[in-house]
Design a protein around this ligand. Sequence first.
Ligand SMILES: Nc1nc2c([nH]c(=O)n2[C@H]2C[C@H](O)[C@@H](COP(=O)(O)OP(=O)(O)OP(=O)(O)O)O2)c(=O)[nH]1
Ligand SMILES: [Mg+2]
Length: 144
Amino acid sequence: MTTESANAGSVALKPKQLHVAVGVIIRDNQVLLSLRSKQQHQGGKWEFPGGKVEAGETVYNALARELKEELAIEVVSAEPFMQQAFSYPERNVLLDIYLVTEFTGQAQGLEGQPLQWASFAQLSQLNFPDANQPIVEKLQQQFM
Ligand SMILES: Nc1nc2c([nH]c(=O)n2[C@H]2C[C@H](O)[C@@H](COP(=O)(O)OP(=O)(O)OP(=O)(O)O)O2)c(=O)[nH]1
Ligand SMILES: [Mg+2]
């Protein structure tokens, strides 16, 4: 059930929360990042690839679908890492973050987006959406 339908009919509607499946794709101690296009929300910033969970979809399935659509990779193995809620002035997000520890295929920016592999230390130097700060910190604590 989406947040919206769960709240349908209630008096005080909660702000809409967008559920997002996010993949921290790790290979050889590096993480795959994708540049959000200028037209997107939080455009021009680096992201961990992923996208919105659709109605009736598991987070894992959403993650696998998005990584195939955006990067042409097939998830073989992924595990939950953390959840991060964040309120931007214009929307509330719930990031459902998975570690993608095994995948097949060579990552390409299928939507024309630049990609880069970054070390865990390099993550501190890059511009991410504000919601990502705790994710970067936890990754650095765990993997550096
Ligand atoms: N994928 C991703 N989204 C993030 C991250 N950090 C962060 O705040 N977000 C936010 C930005 C967006 O508001 C939302 C993701 O939505 P999106 O619009 O990119 O989702 P999508 O891939 O389904 O995109 P679209 O087809 O609607 O263009 O989550 C992140 O690291 N990765
Ligand atoms: Mg996306």
